[in-house]
Design a protein around this ligand. Structure first.
Ligand code: DON
Length: 573
């Protein structure tokens, strides 16, 4: 499990085509019209499909596959497009995880999570009295880890077929020519306006004099410049040269600590995926520094021996069982999980059948567990992210979750370079007992160390059924990510729902601490009442997750679904 190959970031493969030779597919009346587009929530396609958080990004991915690219080409082009059309979470200045299964069965887990800068230190967010100053880990220059996304895109390139120059062109066009924004985006930009002004040292494309409204065109010239430097110089166009210089100048103006050395030394890493079976399905998900794969393995294995289907969908009985599995898994997360290059994560023990059946020994049907009494297990040895799912005509499956952490990350745009920086440092445990912005607790395993990657909940996941590729799925949502994926999989496998229902049915979430169950608005009132009678504290919250999934039906069609909770949209052919 500790195997971890380093992927050099400067995979300057043939950037053979120059920009002039690449025909533009984006523009008024072109294949992708950024001034006129519609959202498609679900569709079945013969050959290939993309599901992502934005219609234009899904269209870019599908078109790239139509033009001869595979799912990896589409993953690169879709992420680049998201960095333009979905600035709240799509990114160049963030990080993510790509999980893929090639048509020949080879699994690829690519970790391009941000890392703590060399000048970071364990107590960097504490004041003189030792109090945590979470405003610094959540906003502005000091909140950013070293960006990983661009290294991730270039580490994906060897699996792709087309040149990077071609894959980045649609994003350049979208940034340069602009695209019309949705109502949701307008509301979101308006509500972030004050932060954009406070945390930036130069004017940004996201702030204008009057309020944004649906149908306005967002043009990002400086971002287009950065994308063009990447088109010309490869990863060096981001981690070196002009872009790196602009990042460092931004850091100096805002008292940030990311250095040129940090940028130069950053690498994406290959990680061995987490694998387990659940009721005959082979499930594959991401390993540390994401907690996602371990959490879903734990939760699913804890409920596997119970006849969940006979309990019924979202009855108090099935929900209670799943809540108790969630409670125990998240207690382990807080204690045992961190970057495996800095902390020994007992992966095999944590997902072993014997350990997990022990964890449920104190489970009492009809009675709420109490988090303060349910600690992490002892091991013998020592809100804004975005997901995209892709399946191509050959049967390659790709699942990518990528993030700036909070919506628009640190809110700081690199002056002159036009992209937002992440606020991922808040995913470290800034002080034991102090919750991060998702309420997650952590300790030594996830303490800040230079070069270390902060623990994530991102859970890009694949499912193999009867030896054949079946499903690619994932979602944003901070700590709710693993529970969202868990519940979508249980809906599909135990409750035999179609993908649309599996994704869109109401969700619930328990993360050990705080000891409460959060539920979506349309969660069944009768079940809520019964759970309250058992002793659960139930609290309504904002929508949970924006899940994107694609599965291969028995007739070979790709059934693609985009979550109803956002502007998410599918595309394919
Ligand atoms: O890596 C993580 O777990 C978080 N930074 C993810 C943030 C997220 O999903 C926000 N989206 N709503």
């Amino acid at each position: 499990m500790k195997k971890c190959l380093f992927v050099p970031i400067i995979l300057l493969l043939s950037l053979s085509l120059t920009a002039q030779q690449i025909p533009s597919v984006v523009g008024k009346g072109k294949a992708i019209d950024p001034y006129k587009y519609t959202t498609v929530k679900k569709a079945s396609y013969q050959k290939a499909a993309v599901s992502s958080a934005h219609p234009l990004a899904s269209e870019v991915g599908a078109l790239i596959m139509k033009q001869g690219g595979n799912a990896f080409d589409a993953a690169i082009a879709t992420q680049l497009a998201l960095a333009v059309v979905y600035p709240a979470a799509g990114n160049l200045g963030g990080g993510g995880f790509l999980l893929a299964r090639k048509k020949d069965g080879e699994l690829i887990g690519l970790d391009y999570r941000e890392a703590a800068p060399a000048n970071a230190s364990r107590d960097m967010y504490l004041d003189e009295q030792g109090n945590a100053r979470i405003s610094l880990s959540q906003n502005g220059h000091l909140a950013s880890g070293i960006p990983g996304t661009v290294a991730g895109l270039f580490a994906t390139l060897p699996y792709a077929k087309l040149s990077f120059a071609r894959l980045v062109q649609p994003a350049i066009d979208l940034a340069e020519k602009g695209f019309i924004i949705t109502e949701r985006e307008a509301i979101s930009l308006n509500s972030t306006r004050e932060s954009f002004i406070r945390y930036n040292t130069k004017p940004t494309a996201f702030v204008k004099n009057e309020k944004w409204k649906a149908g306005d065109t967002l043009i990002q010239k400086e971002l287009a410049g950065t994308l063009k430097r990447m088109q010309k110089e490869g990863a060096q166009g981001f981690y070196g040269g002009e872009t790196a210089k602009l990042i460092i100048e931004e850091m100096q103006r805002g008292k940030g600590i990311i250095s040129l050395e940090d940028l130069k030394n950053y690498t994406a890493k290959l990680r061995e995926p987490i694998r387990f079976t659940y009721r005959g399905h082979q499930i594959i998900s991401f390993s540390p520094p994401s907690s996602g794969g371990i959490l879903i393995a734990q939760m699913m294995k804890m409920i596997e021996k119970f006849p969940v289907n006979s309990y019924g969908f979202q009855t108090a009985k099935s929900v209670q069982l799943m809540i108790e599995a969630e409670r125990r898994a998240y207690a382990d997360r807080a204690e045992h999980l961190g970057d495996p290059d800095f902390w020994q994560v007992p992966v095999d023990s944590l997902i072993s059948e014997s350990y997990l059946s022990r964890r449920m020994l104190d489970y009492q049907p009809d009675k709420a567990g109490i988090s303060s009494q349910i600690k992490a297990g002892t091991i013998a040895q020592s809100e804004e992210t975005t997901h995209l799912s892709i399946i191509d005509a050959q049967g390659n499956l790709v699942s990518v979750t990528t993030t700036l952490n909070g919506g628009y990350g640190s809110r700081t745009v690199v002056g002159g370079a036009g992209f937002l920086l992440n606020n991922e440092m808040d995913d470290f445990s800034v002080k034991p007992g102090v919750p991060n912005m998702y309420g997650a607790l952590g300790g030594e395993a996830n303490a800040i160390v230079p070069g270390k990657r902060m623990l994530s909940s991102m859970t890009p996941t694949l499912v193999i059924q009867n030896g054949k590729p079946y499903l690619t799925i994932g979602t944003p949502g901070g700590t709710t990510i693993p529970t969202s994926v868990f519940q979508a999989l249980v809906n599909l496998i135990d409750f035999k729902m179609d993908l649309d229902n599996a994704i869109n049915k109401p969700k619930f979430h328990h993360q050990w601490m705080p000891d409460e169950v959060t539920i979506e608005k349309d969660f069944l009132p009768e079940t809520k009442k019964q759970l309250e009678a058992m002793g659960y504290k139930m609290k309504e919250r904002s929508p949970i997750g924006r899940t994107e999934g694609i599965r291969i039906l028995t007739n070979g069609k790709r059934e693609a679904v985009a979550d109803k909770r956002g502007d998410d949209s599918v595309a394919g052919f």
